[in-house]
Design a protein around this ligand. Structure first.
Ligand code: PEP
Ligand code: MG
Length: 327
């Protein structure tokens, strides 16, 4: 099976009815671009930049990475992808991702998944956020970078975030420093965001659906709590509806849309997402070839009725049959 999949590496991901599909990589560090290119990724759909900030105590680095260190890291990622686009998500710490070895799961933060994390953390520490945005804008002079903002839910957060990005650009101009253009994207991972897409599409060039958190927040299931793991259901009808509507609305408005949560790398969902209209999937590099095989076997022109049935079903999982084996 491995050997057979390996032969798909250089084959473009195109469905039986000729639909081109972008299979992108999720990475944690610039060095991961090597594995992404090897796996045949056509870009990075999610660079979880918080990994540059985490675990530094263990490396006896006591300060957070400064602008220069971050710039070098983002530049390495861009160079590693050899001209393909790199989507860099701004820092997403808090909740299950402690910063600097300090757990945020303490008495002061009783419910960290609902607390200060991701863009909320960044807006509470604008100096840190500006440093990161300047580094990303500078790296964009070396290749195509898409800037992705995690966990937005409020119009006010969108306004503050965009104002800070403008400010970072102005700071670089004032310093006379070279920087590049970036496409701006928002993660859709809070149900409130999926239900107010109009606001997001007014301000952003593309959206990326973070199903890991979208499931957690839609179903009120802590993604890190083993005792309720059996209720963490990617195929819950409410989750599928939010995903389907987000993809459909982006397509109606001609905006890019991607899924970068685990669902994108799970072959049980490939045909469903294709049928919903998704043409951009971002996943761990190790999943790319298996998903590509599903793409090559799919005929999106024949999926419409089945997708409707799945979305109307009380038990969608029972309809997500595995793809037929090759002849
Ligand atoms: C997600 O929430 O689906 C996602 C991709 O982000 P993370 O897993 O890093 O929270
Ligand atoms: Mg997330």
């Amino acid at each position: 099976e491995r050997g057979r999949l390996a032969r798909l590496r250089h084959k473009p991901a195109v469905t039986l009815d000729g639909q081109r599909v972008d299979l992108l990589a999720n990475i944690e560090l610039p060095e991961d671009t090597l594995g992404a290119v090897k796996a045949g990724a056509v870009g990075v759909g999610l660079f979880r930049s918080e990994f540059l900030f985490m675990g530094r105590e263990a490396q006896s680095l006591t300060r957070l990475p400064d602008e220069e260190e971050q710039y070098q890291a983002y530049k390495r990622a861009v160079e590693g992808m050899q001209g393909m686009p790199v989507t860099i998500r701004t820092i997403d710490v808090g909740a299950d991702k402690p910063l600097d070895g300090k757990s945020v799961r303490d008495d002061a933060h009783l419910n960290p998944a609902l607390g200060l994390r991701a863009i909320r953390w960044s807006l509470a520490d604008p100096a840190m956020f500006l440093t990161q945005v300047r580094a990303i804008l500078r790296a964009a002079a070396h290749g195509e970078i898409h800037l992705l903002i995690p966990m937005l839910a409020h119009a006010s957060e969108i306004r503050q975030t965009l104002a800070l990005i403008d400010f970072a650009r102005a700071e670089l101009d004032n310093r006379g420093m070279v920087h590049g253009h970036v496409k701006l994207g928002a993660m859709i991972e809070v149900p409130a965001a999926a239900l107010t897409l109009r606001i997001f599409l007014k301000h952003f060039d593309f959206l990326s659906i973070g199903t890991n958190d979208l499931i957690q927040y839609t179903l009120a299931i802590d993604r890190a709590d083993e005792s309720v793991a059996h209720l963490y259901d990617p195929a819950h009808p409410a989750v599928l509806r939010l995903v389907a509507e987000t993809i459909a609305e982006c397509r109606r408005q001609g905006k890019g849309v991607s899924v970068c949560g685990e669902m994108a790398g799970d072959i049980a969902f490939t045909r469903l997402l294709l049928g919903m209209g998704l043409r951009s999937f971002s996943m761990h590099p190790s999943q790319i070839l298996a998903v590509k095989q599903e793409v090559l076997r799919a005929d999106t022109s024949k999926l419409t009725r089945w997708v409707e049935q799945v979305l109307e079903s009380d038990d969608p999982a029972s309809l997500l049959l595995p793809a037929p084996a090759p002849q």
